[in-house]
Design a binder for this molecule. Structure first.
Ligand code: HGY
Ligand code: MN
Ligand code: MN
Ligand code: MN
Length: 419
């Protein structure tokens, strides 16, 4: 981990890193796993528990909590000027199935720590402040990712989100109602003056360079595809090799092709097949059908376009000669975004004031901030995670790094409020 430099002339307000850490560890029990990670899928009972905890904690410091009809939560602290749109601090409380203790939740509880610090000192901001918990950032249970912030920003309709089904065919809207978080406020109705998102980097750069704070200038473009390869289920013992229509053989070759396309456009491109379903998935049946998902990312939309064309050409050239057929559709396209220059300066200045070394960077991972940047000035603050590992139960960000991130969030929000 990165050890912070000696404290320099810090602002007269300092967050309480122990209180933040205790909240992170306390809420980690909602969906906590034996390996020390968190499995808190969106709209699950564990998601409900952490939402209830978060609502109580915000109300305990005088915030009013509003929930919209996509389950997004807004905890508001008044400022001197009610006429000003709120300065927001947002992220997400849902996790991957093998998630860690910091992805998303650090941004929400780091924001809570900022509010607790202001509450304890009676500091009054000009603009109101709001903490936002965005529903279904991960896109693991209900695809695509960043679903509810996407609806808020107009990237998807509410009806699209409501109709999304998980692998057990449960619908988003019924699960939202089931856990009691289908609020009454129409999604997208409320004004956001600006949004800061504190988040772990989820990559190796900050730790490798010994920097504490990532000054995030934007998020790379992301595209998701769903592919179904059709062959013919057959007996593994009685079917000669030359007569088979093995859907898994085609899918396996495509995994190689997708990797090769990303490598061709490296180092900035990434390409992954992370989800695959073999059907009927029986040890003595030649796979008749395979479903898999593709995740391509790159900072430059033109290169993403090229990767898409190469992917579709490879599909045709790989699958058809094996006597197989396929369906392919792009289900998600989140273009590259650049964040707000003034807010980026507030983050940089806040880090310098708090005495932390910084590094400008583009986010490899997707975040709610990528959508909110469409409707309000937005930026992000990164802190390191050990070995750059995330979306893994061993995800680890240190006490100092969490505290540093929340302190810089405080400094940046106050600087932006006083600009
Ligand atoms: O996919 C992503 O980058 C995000 O973590 N949901
Ligand atoms: Mn996240
Ligand atoms: Mn994530
Ligand atoms: Mn994310």
């Amino acid at each position: 981990t990165v050890t912070p430099p000696a404290k320099s002339d810090r602002t007269n307000l300092s967050i309480d890193p122990q209180r933040l850490w205790d909240s992170l560890m306390d809420t980690a029990r909602f969906g906590g796993t034996a390996k020390g990670g968190i499995c808190r899928l969106t709209l699950s009972d564990d998601d409900r528990r952490v939402r209830d905890w978060f609502k109580r904690a915000c109300e305990a410091i005088g915030c009013t909590v509003t929930v919209d009809d996509c389950g997004n939560m807004f905890a508001r602290r008044p400022g001197k000027r009610a006429d000003l749109p709120p300065i927001c601090m947002g992220s997400h409380l849902d996790t991957q199935p093998t998630g860690g203790k910091f992805d998303g939740v650090l941004g929400v509880l780091g924001a809570l720590e900022v509010m607790r610090t202001l509450h304890a000192t009676g500091y009054e901001t000009n603009a109101p402040l709001e903490i936002i918990n965005w529903t279904n950032e991960e896109g693991s249970r209900f695809a695509p990712a960043m679903l509810a912030s996407g609806v808020f920003a107009g990237a998807f309709t509410r009806e699209f989100a409501y109709s999304r089904r998980d692998r057990d065919c449960k619908e988003f809207q019924s699960e939202l109602a089931r856990i009691g978080y289908r609020g009454s406020e129409p999604v997208g109705q409320r004004k956001i003056g600006a949004m800061f998102e504190l988040h772990i980097e989820q990559g190796p750069i900050l730790e490798a360079e010994g920097k504490m704070i990532g000054v995030v200038t934007g998020v790379q473009g992301m595209r998701w595809y769903e592919v179904t390869v059709q062959g013919q289920a057959a007996h593994t013992g009685a079917t000669p090799m030359h007569l088979r229509k093995n859907a898994l053989l085609g899918a396996a070759r495509m995994v190689e092709q997708i990797d090769a396309i990303a490598m061709k456009h490296a180092p900035d491109a990434v390409g992954t097949v992370g989800l695959m379903e073999v059907r009927p998935n029986s040890r003595n049946v030649v796979p008749g059908e395979v479903f898999f998902c593709v995740d391509f990312r790159h900072p430059d939309e033109a290169v993403l376009e090229t990767m898409e064309q190469e992917f579709r050409a490879a599909l045709k050239a790989t699958i058809e000669p094996l006597g197989l057929s396929y369906d392919e559709k792009r289900i998600w396209d989140s273009p590259a975004v650049r964040f707000d220059a003034e807010m980026i300066d507030c983050v940089r200045g806040g880090a310098e004031k708090a005495g932390y070394a910084t590094r400008d960077m583009v986010s490899g991972a997707g975040h709610d901030a990528a959508y909110i940047a469409r409707v309000a000035p937005t930026t992000m603050i990164f802190v390191p995670c050990a070995g750059g590992v995330s979306h893994n139960e061993s995800e680890s960000t240190s006490f100092e790094e969490c505290g540093a991130g929340a302190q810089v969030l405080l400094e940046a929000v106050l600087a932006y409020d006083q600009r």
